[in-house]
Design a binder for this molecule. Sequence first.
Ligand SMILES: Nc1ncnc2c1ncn2[C@@H]1O[C@H](COP(=O)(O)OP(=O)(O)OP(=O)(O)O)[C@@H](O)[C@H]1O
Length: 228
Amino acid sequence: MNDVTLRLSSLNKTYLQGTPGELQVLRGADLELRAGEAVALVAPSGAGKSTLLHIAGLLDTPDAGGVEIAGRNASGKGDRTRTAIRRQDVGFVYQFHHLLPEFTALENIVLPQLANGTSEKAAQERSMQLLDRVGVAARADHRPAALSGGEQQRVAFCRALANAPRVLLADEPTGNLDPETSDQVFATLMALVRDEGLSALIATHNLELAARMDRVLRLDGGVLRPAE
Ligand SMILES: Nc1ncnc2c1ncn2[C@@H]1O[C@H](COP(=O)(O)OP(=O)(O)OP(=O)(O)O)[C@@H](O)[C@H]1O
């Protein structure tokens, strides 16, 4: 059985910049993320973590190499296919919550489900279950500005998982929180990842958090290697 939910093969990415010209960020990066596995991605600032996550989540394209998500090959596919794969099987979490400010916490989680064809009733139920799991159900009707930083990030996790993706990609998901809140919110994220049987690739500068995951990979010189 093929239980690889995210496969990155020989990814290359070069940015064209003014001076000195070209910057090669990825030089043959490979990754196999298995079902239910949480993997930390560590690297110095500017090494290419966000680039790798954007390519893995089909928000950007590599110059060469392949991306396969939940058994579907996205390489060389058009925007419609890539968007469909992304909507169904990829959830994103960023350092900042990026919730829509004019909608409530609940609505922020319901909306991506409606966009994916889920009925309003089912979307509401799933959203309330997720909010309950992260301990923010009592704040369902609050807008993001009326939530604490930790609560905002918990709601952002729920939104990322709204459509029950197979793969979660997170870029410094607790990087904007104070250490104590970061610790608690990270524990909530890991519990969600485990409950949902997700595969997660989580970029972090925090080596203590990285050590709580199943594996730690370092992005170094444009390739991924197991961290020492
Ligand atoms: N669109 C772009 N055009 C040109 N250069 C870019 C572009 N996006 C990123 N870069 C450069 O590529 C390198 C890698 O950027 P990236 O954001 O992937 O790094 P990162 O490891 O996520 O960094 P950080 O930890 O600081 O967020 C950086 O030197 C950055 O300046």
